[in-house]
Unconditional design. Structure first.
Ligand code: GDP
Ligand code: IMO
Ligand code: MG
Length: 428
C-alpha cells in the first residue's frame, strides 16, 4: 500500500513538481495538502513547460485523480486561470477535485498581505511573501472566520458570507492600515461566476483519498514550499503559514499517518531561498551569481532572483529528522558544472564561539554564524545525458556518496536536468 510523500527538504523550489510528475505515471491519486498559489511547480515534458501553482503535478496523466486537499487555501480566480491554461495546452482537468473544506483566498486577503508586508517593511521586518494572500487566509482559518469552499459554492449562502466578511475586513483595511475599502458588490458580481464554475469540482475529497488508500492504490502526497518554510519547524517568522513537513500531509489531506509508507525529501545539490530570512551558506560573490544563472534560479511565482548558496547539511540533517525521510533525492546537480570546488556545510560556528551541528530553534542564534565546510572536487563534464550513477564523473559520484554519508539518509535518485527523463535511480 504505497502512500508516498514527496516534499521540499530545503526552502522550496527543489524540483518537487518534476518528481511528482515522474511518479504520477504510476499513481492513482495525487493530493496537495497545504499552501496555495504561492507554490510554483514546474513540469517539463519535451518542448512544453507547465507551471502549476494549485493544481497537483499529476494532472498530465489522464488516469490520475488530482485532489486539492482540505489544508490548501484556494484562490478561486487563480485555480480557474490554471484550469483554462491547461485546457489551452490540451490537458484535461476532468479528474481534478477540490475539497469542500478548503478556505478561499479572496481579494481582502491579497490586499491585507500587501498592507501587512508594507507595514513590516517600515521596521525592516518584511517576510518577502509572494503577496498571494496566503498568511491572511490561514489567519482567518485559525480565527474561525474564513470562507470555506462549501460556503463559497453554496448559492444560498454565497452573497451573505461575502458581504459579511467584506464588511469585517474593510474595518481592518481602513481602520488599521488606512487602506481603500473593497467593494462587496464588485466581488459578488465577479466571484459568483467563479463559484458557478467551481461547484462541480467541490467534494469531500477525504473520502476519495481514503478509498484509494484502503484499496491499496498508489497515492502521492505532493508537498509545497519546503521544510525550512514550515510555520513551526522553519526559520520563524520568515516562513509560510502552513505545514510543508511530512506531518502536514496527514492533516491537510484528511488521512491518518498509517496511509504513509514512504517520505521522499527533495534537495537541490546547493541551496536557494526566495524572500527574507536567515540563510547561513548564502553566497554573495561570483559563485552565487554563477549558480543562479546556471540553475535558472528565478522565482516561478514572482520572478524574483533566488538567493543561492552551498549545500547546507545542517539543515539537510534537520529535514531528514523532522520529516522522518525514508529517502533523499539530490536534484539539480548539473548547474554545479564548471565550479572547481564544491562545498558542503557540516556545522555552524556561532558568534559565541560554540560549534553546532543541530539547526537552532531560534534563528537569532544564526546571526553572524560561520559555516564550517567540507570541500570536494568539482566537475567540468556535461552530465545532463547521464542516466546511471556509473556514467557520472568520479568527482560527482564522490560528492553524492559524501552527501549521503553526511546527511545520514539513503539517496535514491538524482536529477541532472529539468525534463522528466533527466533523472537516475541509485539502485544499490
Ligand atoms: P518546485 O517548486 O519544487 O516544484 O520547483 P520549481 O519548479 O519552483 O523550481 C525548479 C526549477 O528547476 C524549475 O525551473 C525546473 O524546471 C528546474 N529543474 C528541475 N530539476 C532540474 C534539474 O535537475 N536540473 C536543472 N538544471 N533544472 C531543473
Ligand atoms: P514551492 O512549492 C519558495 C516563501 C516566500 C516567502 C515565504 C512566505 O514552489 O517550493 P507566503 O507567500 O507563503 O506567505 O511567503 O515563503 N515561499 C516560497 N519559497 N518556494 C515556494 O513554493 C514558496 N512558497 C512560499 O518567498 O519567503
Ligand atoms: Mg517552486
Amino acid at each position: 500500500m504505497p502512500g508516498k510523500v514527496i516534499l521540499g527538504a530545503q526552502w522550496g523550489d527543489e524540483g518537487k513538481g518534476k518528481f511528482i510528475d515522474i511518479f504520477a505515471a504510476q499513481a492513482d491519486l495525487v493530493v496537495r495538502s497545504q499552501g496555495g498559489n504561492n507554490a510554483g511547480h514546474t513540469v517539463v515534458v519535451k518542448d512544453e513547460t507547465y507551471k502549476l501553482q494549485l493544481i497537483p503535478s499529476g494532472i498530465l496523466y489522464p488516469n490520475c485523480i488530482n485532489v486539492i486537499g482540505p489544508g490548501v487555501v484556494v484562490n478561486p480566480k487563480a485555480v480557474l486561470g490554471e484550469i483554462d491554461g491547461l485546457h489551452e495546452k490540451g490537458v484535461s482537468t476532468d479528474r481534478l477535485l477540490i475539497d469542500a473544506r478548503c478556505h478561499c483566498i479572496l481579494p481582502w486577503h491579497i490586499e491585507l498581505d500587501a498592507l501587512s508586508e508594507a507595514e513590516k517593511a517600515k521596521e525592516g521586518a518584511a517576510i518577502g511573501t509572494t503577496h498571494k494572500g496566503i498568511g491572511p487566509t490561514y489567519m482567518d482559518k485559525s480565527e474561525r472566520i474564513g470562507i470555506r469552499m462549501h460556503d463559497f459554492v453554496d448559492q444560498a449562502r454565497f452573497e451573505t458570507v461575502i458581504r459579511e466578511t467584506c464588511a469585517r475586513k474593510n474595518r481592518v483595511i481602513e481602520g488599521v492600515y488606512g487602506g481603500k475599502p473593497i467593494d462587496a458588490d464588485e466581488v459578488i458580481a465577479e466571484y459568483r461566476v467563479y463559484a458557478d464554475r467551481l461547484r462541480p469540482l467541490v467534494r469531500d475529497t477525504t473520502a476519495i483519498t481514503w478509498e484509494a488508500v484502503k484499496a491499496g492504490k498508489e497515492v502521492l502526497f505532493e508537498g509545497a514550499q519546503g521544510t525550512l518554510l514550515d510555520l513551526d519547524m522553519g526559520t520563524y517568522p520568515f516562513v509560510t503559514s502552513s505545514h510543508p513537513v511530512a506531518g502536514g500531509c496527514c492533516i491537510g489531506s484528511g488521512v491518518g499517518p498509517t496511509a504513509i509508507t514512504d517520505v521522499m525529501g527533495i534537495f537541490k545539490s546547493y541551496t536557494t531561498r526566495v524572500g527574507e530570512g536567515p540563510f547561513p551558506t548564502e553566497l554573495f560573490d561570483q559563485t552565487g551569481d554563477y549558480i543562479r544563472k546556471a540553475g535558472g534560479e528565478f522565482g516561478t511565482v514572482t520572478g524574483r532572483p533566488r538567493r543561492t548558496g552551498w549545500f547546507d547539511a545542517v539543515i539537510a540533517r534537520y529535514a531528514v529528522r523532522v520529516n522522518g525521510l525514508t529517502e533523499a533525492v539530490i536534484n539539480k546537480i548539473d548547474p554545479l558544472r564548471g565550479l572547481p570546488r564544491l562545498k558542503v556545510c557540516v556545522a555552524y560556528r556561532l558568534q559565541n564561539g560554540q560549534t553546532v551541528t543541530e539547526f537552532p530553534a531560534n534563528f537569532m542564534d544564526l546571526n553572524g554564524c560561520e559555516p564550517i565546510y567540507e570541500e570536494f572536487d568539482g566537475f567540468d563534464a556535461d552530465i545532463t545525458d547521464c542516466r546511471s550513477f556509473s556514467e557520472l564523473p568520479q568527482t560527482v559520484q564522490n560528492y553524492i556518496r559524501s552527501l549521503e554519508r553526511i546527511i545520514e539518509c539513503p539517496i535514491s535518485m538524482l536529477g541532472v536536468g529539468p525534463a522528466r527523463d533527466q533523472v537516475m535511480r541509485l539502485d544499490r
